[in-house]
Design a protein around this ligand. Structure first.
Ligand code: XMP
Length: 321
């Protein structure tokens, strides 16, 4: 434990040296890395750090609150939330091709984030940009920061040169498990520190078909139930992640009371993995699957079928798109 405490002290000292009396911006994704990087910088320079969180409307239930309420309560960080939900929905209208979705989401994300950066720059001398680059990111990109930029901007491209920020990367020497321990040392909530991986394009690539506000609501409700039951069963640490996928263009026939229904299936995709390069489908207990299935079909009116994905990676990827 003392080593983690000393890592924190040393990084805080280094950040203070680098930033001096300057100001810094950090984009929060809701993920572990950016959350821990920002918390370290906040400890070093207090409210001269401003965090930016973009709500693109493709988040899961409760995720915005987790950042706006829990994270702020734990760190006292100054946070700007940009509500860009309408903008993303219109940009995604009628788009069904997964790579096209990713491109649009990435492009809009960068535009929204840059606009927020420009606003902040107009308000004060923000010269520093905090990135949650980890040691493996540094190694992967051959020592540069390119890959890390790409990663924090949802795998779509780095920052443009004309914004001219100096990067602050307090996690550059750390592995993921160390980052989690630093996060706990800094008092971050477990829900953030042990969050399972969630793709940048969010629920946008878990709706098979075009993304609409209504479909997002359906998927969010089904996903929340699956997560609740997995957490209640104490299985969060056993699975790498469990995408819930809405087959929005598929109609399945069901029966409810005396009536036939015409709804949609959702797919549960629980996987176990070390690094997401390969994965095995997780043998979840039948009673947990049963509870998830019963609750989703009872509580989410538009869903009348729950199916389980039993494909390993390879050949199946973790996400369906
Ligand atoms: P696949 O589906 O390729 O996923 O087996 C491997 C891991 O990457 C995540 N993933 C993404 N993450 N942007 C991201 O930031 C993306 O476009 C993206 N696509 C997949 C996926 O959730 C899994 O953890």
């Amino acid at each position: 434990r003392w080593t983690i405490a000393s890592i924190v002290d040393e990084q805080v000292e280094r950040i203070r040296e680098q930033i001096g009396d300057g100001r810094a911006i950090c984009g929060l994704s809701g993920g572990v890395d950016s959350a821990v990087a920002a918390a370290l910088v906040q400890r070093a320079i207090g409210d001269r750090l401003t965090c930016v969180f973009v709500d693109h409307g493709l988040l899961r239930a409760g995720e915005r609150g987790q950042v706006e309420r829990d994270y702020v309560a734990a760190t006292g960080v100054k946070l700007v939330t940009v509500d860009a939900r309408d903008r993303f929905l219109s940009a995604l209208a009628d788009v069904t091709d997964p790579e096209h979705k990713r491109k649009i989401i990435g492009r809009e994300f960068i535009r929204v984030f840059e606009a927020a950066e420009r606003d902040l720059k107009a308000q004060g001398d923000y010269r520093f940009l905090v990135q949650g680059t980890l040691y493996p990111d540094v190694v992967e990109s051959g020592g540069g920061t390119g890959a890390a930029n790409i990663k924090s901007h949802h795998n779509v491209g780095g920052l443009p040169d004309d914004l001219a920020f100096e990067l602050v990367e307090p996690l550059r020497d750390l592995f993921k498990d160390e980052v989690r321990r630093v996060g706990l040392e800094l008092g971050l909530p477990e829900t953030i520190v042990h969050r399972q991986p969630f793709p940048g394009p969010g629920l946008g690539i878990r709706i098979i078909g075009a993304v609409t506000a209504e479909r997002l609501e359906i998927l969010r409700a089904a996903d929340a139930i699956a997560r609740e039951e997995l957490t209640a069963a104490g299985l969060d640490r056993d699975i790498w992640q469990c995408p819930v996928v809405l087959l929005a263009d598929v109609h399945s026939v069901g029966v409810q009371g005396d009536f036939r229904t015409y709804g949609h299936p959702v797919v549960l995709r629980p996987v176990s993995s070390e690094d997401a390069m390969t994965a095995d489908w997780t043998r979840l207990p039948y009673d947990v699957l049963e509870r998830i299935s019963t609750r989703i079909t009872n509580e989410v009116a538009e869903v009348n079928r729950v199916v389980l994905d039993v494909t390993s990676k390879p050949p199946g990827t973790i996400e369906w798109e």
